[in-house]
Ligand binder design. Structure first.
Ligand SMILES: CC(C)=CCC/C(C)=C/CC/C(C)=C/COP(=O)(O)OP(=O)(O)O
Length: 312
């Protein structure tokens, strides 16, 4: 059990006391950090309860709340990005720098990915999408591709199952037909299990995925509907195209983090990134830790998003 760290009379410690409490008149689930039952325990009118139970209650202005798990300093829970995309780059360089085989770089990347998901969930992020394998990655040495395919199975069997135990949902993007049959089967099982109403953060894994693939597939689906007379050419608009992308139902990334110092998006979610805030870090993915995540989220919270408008 965690120890009590500080009192929270109104909202987060970073929240100015003169501002209106975020959850003053509404359900506590609107306060992202509190919506995660694993991340905090609240003291509510002299009784301790988990955030999940607190959700069923209503707060009054004079309720005293004790947050058991500390929310990182410098982060505003209410300004958290809803969807964080991550291009997990630099596994091989990480291994090479240490004189290790490439496989160990990917293994270290797998550990960093699991921790990333746990931390994002803790901070109230709703969706984390990760680019695990692009449609171009097949040109890598056969041995590495084979390792990655079996490693993905290993991670999905162990880590993602564990994440689902944390109330997270796991789903996949990309063309599955080229993946090994056993991996395809595993992915389907995980997604079916997802239907078993987990309510926590969503982890979306891009596997044999790319932005161009996604847009091309969507275009074909629409073209077929036009050919069959289900849709007219004039029905085609941005919203319709979005509905035919694999990410339909998932909000566009608010923040995209790419590790390893490369300054490109490498065919990841090309449509969806139109107004995403981009952050490039000079760190190899296996070294990406909680402090880096907090720094990235804090940097995001400093950005002013204008979506082409003129709000200053
Ligand atoms: C199930 C699941 C999603 C597991 C996650 C494992 C994981 C982190 C996979 C990423 C693989 C990959 C192509 C990384 C990019 O670094 P790189 O190999 O391109 O490294 P480099 O830029 O140094 O060459």
């Amino acid at each position: 059990m965690l120890s009590l760290q500080y009192y929270l009379p109104v909202c987060s410690p970073n929240y100015h006391m003169n501002k209106r409490p975020f959850f003053y008149s509404s359900s506590i689930t609107k306060f992202p950090h509190f919506s995660n039952p694993n991340s905090c325990v609240l003291k509510f009118r002299n009784s301790i309860c988990g955030a999940a139970d607190a959700d069923k209650k209503r707060f009054n202005n004079d309720d005293q709340i004790v947050l058991v798990d500390q929310f990182p300093e410098g982060l505003e829970p209410e300004l958290m990005p809803k969807h964080v995309g991550v291009i997990m780059d630099g596994n091989r360089r990480w291994a090479k720098n240490r004189g290790l085989p490439v496989q160990l770089g990917h293994r270290a990347g797998g550990k960093a990915m699991k921790q990333l998901a746990i931390n994002c969930n803790k901070f109230g992020v709703k969706v984390v999408s990760v680019f695990a394998f692009s449609t171009e990655n097949w040109i890598r040495p056969k041995e590495e591709v084979e390792f990655l395919m079996s490693f993905f199975e290993e991670v999905i069997k162990s880590d993602t199952k564990e994440l689902m135990g944390h109330d997270m949902r796991v789903s996949f993007l990309g063309n599955r037909s080229r993946l090994p049959k056993s991996l395809q089967h595993l992915i389907s099982c995980v997604e079916e299990e997802e239907a078993k109403d987990n309510k926590g953060m969503r982890l979306v894994i891009g596997m044999n995925y790319s932005g161009r693939y996604d847009i091309t597939e969507a275009t074909q689906k629409i073209a077929r509907k036009v050919k069959d007379g289900v849709l007219g050419v004039e029905d085609i608009n941005e919203s319709l195209l979005e509905q035919h992308l694999e990410t339909n139902g998932i909000s566009n990334p608010d923040l995209l983090i790419r590790t390893s110092g490369e300054l490109r998006v490498s065919n990841y979610m090309l449509w969806q990134l139109a107004y995403t805030e981009l952050l490039f870090l000079n760190k190899l993915f296996p070294d990406f830790n909680e402090a880096d995540l907090v720094e990235a989220l804090a940097a995001f919270q400093q950005r002013r998003r204008r979506y082409g408008g003129h709000k200053y």
